[in-house]
Design a protein around this ligand. Structure first.
Ligand code: GAR
Length: 208
């Protein structure tokens, strides 16, 4: 099926670009039907404008880290109008709450830059470096009411090398994020992922 995607972003939008590229390369049959940003200056909005992708900044309300109340309802309404099959949080730096989660039950996924359950939340790379970890990675997971705690779908592992900095590590992880996210969306498009029957352990991504 041609999967209808809505993508929520806050900034740079490199994962959004990876999704757009995968569609262009026919990795899966899909369409980005809406991009919503909580930040009017998000570079992702410029990318959408340049590439004919419907996009909108919606004021996220008074909270800095979550989406609640009237603002949340505005996001829900815009998403409902776009009728997506799947909502992708791709660098959306805000906690989504039960009303939005329930409106699109088991149809929201997020990409997170760590091997969950390690390092939910922010500053994942700094925390991995500080802990002296030898590897890190990224996780695509279903979004539920626990922050970065929904069922994990796919992970990719990335080595941590001596001398790595937050910047070098984040660049290495981002490179695999751009592969893992389209790979997961392809599985949704192919009807291969069903929340209810999905195993407790995530798939491990391996590059072809
Ligand atoms: C990505 O590394 C993504 O995993 C992370 O933000 C970055 C967004 O980059 N997301 C989170 O930390 C979510 N809590 P992008 O805007 O270039 O896709």
């Amino acid at each position: 099926m041609k999967i209808r995607l809505a993508v929520l972003v806050s900034g740079r939008g490199s994962n959004l670009q990876a999704i757009h590229r995968a569609i262009g390369n026919k990795v899966f049959d899909g369409e980005i039907v809406l991009v919503l940003a909580d930040n009017p200056g998000a570079a992702a909005l410029g990318f959408c404008a340049d590439n004919g992708i419907p996009s909108k900044y919606i004021h996220p309300g008074d909270f800095k880290t979550k989406l609640e109340g009237a603002a949340e309802q505005a996001y829900i309404a815009a998403l409902r109008a776009a009728a997506p099959d799947l909502i992708v949080l791709a660098g959306f730096m805000r906690v989504v709450k039960p009303p939005l989660i329930r409106a699109f039950e088991n149809r929201i996924i997020n990409i997170h830059p760590s091997l969950l359950p390690k390092y939910p939340g922010l500053h994942t790379h700094a925390r991995a470096l500080e802990a002296g970890d030898r590897e890190t990675g990224c996780t695509v997971h279903f979004v539920n009411e626990v922050i970065d705690g929904g069922k994990r779908i796919m992970q990719a592992r990335v080595p941590i090398r001596p001398g790595d900095t937050e910047a070098s590590l984040s660049a290495r992880v981002l490179k695999v994020e751009h592969q893992v996210l389209p790979a997961v969306i392809k599985m949704f498009a192919d009807g291969k992922i069903d929340y209810k029957t999905f195993p407790a352990e995530p798939m491990i991504f391996s590059a072809k």
